[in-house]
Each structure stands twice: as C-alpha cells, then as structure tokens.
Design a protein around this ligand. Structure first.
Ligand SMILES: [Zn+2]
Length: 311
C-alpha cells in the first residue's frame, strides 16, 4: 500500500507540473485516470520493467491491443514495420524498435506514401516506434510504450536502399535555429506539408515538434486551421518529429491522454518563441518535479505481465 500511495503521489505530481505552456512534460504526462489504473494491478511485483521489456526480441502472439498509457504501459500483438518498403526505411535497426500496433504501421505506410509525393522526398526515414512488446526502454523515450508513438526523421530521404550499416551511421538533420525559435535552411514547405497531412489524419492524437516549426505553419495556414491544434510544442524535436495516435477503438485498456486544448494554439506557439528569445524571469515558486525512479512492473497495468510471458 505504501508503494501504491507513493506511486500515486508521484504521478499526480507529474500530472500537475505539466499544465500549461510549452513544457517537456506533455510528451509523457499521465492523467489521473492512468495513475489509478496503473496502481491497481501488480502491486507486489517490484521488478524493473525496462529490463524485462528491453530483453524481449519478438512480439507477443496475442490479439493486438495498446495497454495503459503512452508513458506507462505495454503492447500486445505488436507487428513489425518492414525494414524497407516502397516509400520508407526503418532506421537504427539494431535497436529493434520498429514494432507497433497495426494501426500505427498502417498510418506510417500511408504517411510515407504521401511524403513520397513531395519534391526531394523518396518517402520517410522512420525512427523508433516501440519495442516488440512495448513497455519501458533501457535507453531513451519516456513514452513509446504502447505501440502508438513513432519518431520520423526530418532528413528528406533521397534513396531507400540504405544498407543496415548505413542506417546505423547516417544522421538526421536539424531544422531549427536559435534553440527552436527559428527554422533553419533545412526546413522546407515539404516538412510542413507532411506534418499537416499527419495532423489532419483522424488516427493522429497529437504531434510534437519545436516551436518555430509550428509558428511557420501558423503563418501560412489558410482555411480551417483546427488541425494546427494537434501540433504540440516540445523541445528537442528538431531532428525528428513525433507522432502519437489516439487509442484505437476497441482497446478498453488503452488510456487516452487529456485532449489537446481547443483552438489552433498559434498564440501559444508565438509566445513560446518569444520566451526562447527573451526568457521571462524564473518563477520563484517553481518546484522541480521529484526525480523519477525506474518504472516497476507494479506500476504497469496487470495485463502487461501476460504480455511479457505470452508466446
Ligand atoms: Zn518520440
């Protein structure tokens, strides 16, 4: 019980500190409902979840289901994004993170086909999705745990015959300047078109990118701009952008994130750029969030044990 209360306190703290403005907490913000769901199960299992999920090299032979929250869950019945397709290549194959729920793999294939219509783009170079059974990772990423998140490189692919070795050594390119307050010369209308296409896709819940990219799109969008509300600001999303899908219909254990705020969010994006260029004085009442310990099996929904032990 003590463990459960601590877990709840930590999660509520995380949820509270993430409210409002540009912040790094949004990517892995856990809603209160997620905290209660996660804390109800597996109470006695104190094993560190990333060691277990990080050791799995194949998906579970189960019906596909996203279980838990984006930053606290696992994925049953993931499928593998093919290492190479007509309009994409999966990068950094050694990480074995080209696994996701079928809806995510479908989405990425569709988006890559659109990207291939853009000048200079043969398709998409696709970075991390999830591990074979999702779950926390040994390195990187607070989220990407339930097979519904994917990182997409900003580097326009000029060819789709990269060898596995090239996919380890090639780097993406940054598209920002001034710490996210401006786009640089590598940013192009094609980047914006691909982001818009993703944001307009009904499967997409939100997209993370650096502030100036959103401002660039805000300044040029015409007509219905409500899709811009799905474009969310997050530091360090300058070499890649991150697409998060909504919980698939029929996945009862998938925990939805708080919906994005109404409106296009363009004023917020402009303010974020202004704050980068002219940082406001630090808030004297700011309390840094407590350090986050390892996610334990007891922090995950109970079904994640079955995902781990399934064939
Ligand atoms: Zn990501």
């Amino acid at each position: 019980m003590v463990r459960r209360l601590e877990t709840l306190a930590l999660m509520v703290g995380l949820a509270a500190c993430g409210r409002g403005g540009t912040n790094a907490a949004e990517e892995d913000r856990l809603g209160f409902a997620g905290a209660t769901l996660a804390a109800m199960e597996n109470l006695a299992d104190s094993r560190v979840a990333k060691r277990l999920f990080g050791a799995m090299d194949s998906a579970s032979q189960q019906t596909s289901e996203a279980i838990g929250f984006y930053s606290r869950g696992c994925a049953a019945g993931n499928i593998q994004l093919a290492e190479t397709g007509p309009t994409w290549q999966a990068m950094r194959l050694s990480r074995n993170r080209n696994w996701g729920q079928p809806i995510l793999v479908d989405f990425l294939q569709d988006l890559s086909a659109f990207a291939a219509t853009q000048p200079g783009w043969a398709g998409l170079y696709i970075g991390d999705l999830s591990q074979p059974r999702g779950g926390p990772m040994l390195t990187g990423h607070a989220s990407h745990q339930i097979g519904l998140d994917a990182d997409i490189w900003m580097l326009p692919p000029d060819r789709l015959n990269l060898t596995p070795a090239e996919r380890e050594s090639l780097s993406s390119i940054r598209t920002d300047a001034n710490r996210g307050a401006a786009v640089n010369g590598a940013w192009s209308p094609a980047h914006a078109a691909i982001l818009e296409r993703a944001a307009r896709d009904p499967r997409v819940e939100r997209i993370f990118v650096f502030p100036a990219a959103k401002v660039w799109m805000c300044e040029r969008a015409t007509g219905d701009t409500s899709w811009l509300g799905k474009i969310r600001l997050l530091a360090n999303h300058n070499y890649h952008f991150h697409v998060r899908l909504s919980c698939p219909a029929g996945d009862p254990s998938c925990e939805a994130q708080d919906p994005v705020p109404a409106g296009d969010g363009c004023a917020e994006a402009r303010q974020a750029v202004a704050n980068i260029l002219n940082p406001p004085p630090p808030d004297p009442n700011y309390v840094p969030p407590p350090p986050r310990g390892d996610v334990l099996m007891s922090d995950l929904p109970g079904q994640c044990l079955a995902v781990l032990t399934a064939d």
